[in-house]
Design a protein around this ligand. Sequence first.
Ligand code: 26M
Length: 811
Amino acid sequence: EKFLAKELIERIEGKLQRNFGREPEDATKQQIFRAVCLVIRDMMSELWLENQEILNDPVKKQVIYLSMEFLPGASLRNNLFNLGLSEAFQEALAAYGQNIEELYELEPDAGLGNGGLGRLASCYLDAVSSLEMAGHGMSICYEYGIFKQKIQDGNQVETADDWLSLGDIWLIEKEDEKEEVHFGGKLEEVWDDTGKMKLIHRDYTTVIAIPKDMLITGFDSRVVNTLRLWQSTSPISIDMGLFAKGEYLKSMEEKHKAEVISKILYPEDAHEEGKMLRINQQYFFISASMHTLVKNHLKVSENLDDFHHHYAVHINDTHPTMAIPELMRIFMDEYDYEWESAWDIVTKTISYTNHTVMPEALEQWPENLFAKLLPRLHSIVKEIDRRQNANLLKAFPDEEALRNEMAIIHNGKLRMANLCVTASHTVNGVSALHSTILREKLFHGFYRMTPDKFTNVTNGIAYRRWLCQANPKLSELIEELCGPGFKKDASELAGLLAYQDDASVLERLRSIKKENKLILAEYIKNHNNIIVNPDSIFDVQVKRLHEYKRQLLNLFHIMDLYNQLRENPQMEMQPRTFIFGAKAAAGYYMAKQIIRLACQLSAQLEKDPAVRDRIKLVFLENYSVSLSEMIMPAAEVSEQISLAGKEASGTGNMKLMLNGAITLGTMDGANVEIYEAVGRENMFLFGMQVEEVDQMNQEGLYSPWCYSQGNANIANILELMSKGINDVSFMDIVNSLTTGFNGASDPYYVIADFESYKQAQKNVTAAYQDINRWQKMSLANIAGAGIFSADRSVKEYAERIWGIDSIYDIL
Ligand code: 26M
């Protein structure tokens, strides 16, 4: 059913009156925003209720996507688009002289994630709902999401992200579905009359988990699913006994300890440190989630024997691994299952996606810490490990080193990835190359034991958000040329290829890109006080700051151009605007130095009249989902320049190509599949391949210092950084590249790949000179982006891993 503007006006007015006691004329923007969201929330709740019966049918399987992170961004525009109500609301609001765009801008991002992994989780929820499948996300309701980044004097400064002040409008508290979570304490063996031993957990601390549900719509879909975010609170308010004795602070200690669990998202995205609060966060949301599943299952089924027919539980990287021992615990300790039958059901329930092969990001918990915080889970993991060791001894009797590598508990550490692979029925990587690396390297022993466990599902994106919503002009052009079918089926984007020699279509693509560049240029003027040339090439690298992603290589190229221009001021050059967006983990020193380098270089270029009209560097602060929605449509070059073998997939690469940017990249992650989708002639490849990197590592002879001796350009760049850029010297970066040996210096081969990168950049410039050729390449990228739809990825998960289907197909 479609809503008329008149009806919407009545509903919005009703919300304003009942919730805020205001008439539209004297309501604040925030109140109007809230009223509009409440009207939409009601509509989503109705759809949600209509599906409940089907969704809770135990013979209709649903997926539970467990993730420490979800990164939904803003929801208003997305929900309106999905419900087909954008125009109706726009019209209704116009009646009060309100512009819906202003409401969109008011909404804070729900930033409950760091980057790729969290955003992927949100893209997949969108696809599950859009495909009319049953599936829910579960995570933590962090009071503070990913920090907001400010740049002060060229340095990153973090401030708190108080997203709930307005973002709470999408959350529905389900107080009646709260759960208890038990921490610490000790185990006691108790023998009953029949001679059976029972474990009793005593002296534990209780924390209450309160569900805050966010409803997840899909495009043109009857299904609304839920993202359940758990908030922690204490069962006691304050200890009046202590309070009466005058120990005011102590009386509130327990309450604070409980509330701190859901206080803040850890802002590390590739570095693991066995922190107590992080263990507590993991167990908190896992225990609450698993209890809910078991309870809900028992509402519709006699026992837990068929649990795995009702639920597929997916773990997004190792962060939710405790689901494995926690389910074992509930089955055995709370429902009297034997080990073997519990293990059978649990292993048929769980599947796991790996998102990184970076050794420093692989979770390893100190065993003594784990045992102290979670004594029962520790005893279960020890038993899993004991049984696994017996299997390993049978499978690899003569390979002790391999057995040690595969052990779950080793040298006083619990290795979560090995536990995941052991207990999951399926393990997947996130791009073809990454999955190969899992099979051949990281999990090779497991692959030899159980090859069928391993599969690949290449990542995908909620493409409607970055195309239809973020780039309406491009979306309208595609609809005019190919019809509206691409909004349901991304593979129909390929229809654009019919126009690759149509000069008028190419010209319209160019003019749309120009309009989007002007919007971004305006934003840059307002936020960076830099006037960029809208006819310059917009060259974009937006992603978390990490050495392996090699933002430094990009900066090397810019410094090289700068050196050339200073030496030869008359040099002809196609103007370029290098655009960066990146947050660094707060404690990651080298990443922060690289941000500082980018900012000082930006200022230095801007100061120099001899170069500033040809090369500009813009560092956009606070890169986020919302900001990405403005950047992607304006981008022309997509920098995907990680060292081969390091970036598991990348998803920004997909968003950028979808918007017509051309990839300048290494053969890494999903770049390999972009190459297969568009062909060599439609991207710019450079750098070592994985095999070459492996060989360099094995030889151990790489000497960046020698390179710089033989290459004056590299030497000049290093000298520039040492002497100072905008009067700031970057010796720590220089030293990280040139001092130390055998892999200690330049571990990501920035210097080794520099010449190849530089040549590829020259090819970019040459291609851009030929407008027609460039637009044709751009069109080929949009047309080839269809396979990177999250709908495609989720269909693969559903068929090959979860065993679920659209709820309406099986009626
Ligand atoms: C670990 C321990 C303590 C605190 C934080 C972490 C942690 C958090 C996030 C570690 C890794 C995290 O994310 C890794 C990540 O984002 N990986 C990216 O996943 C994307 C989706 O699959 C891929 O596209 C990227 O290539 C991959 O880097």
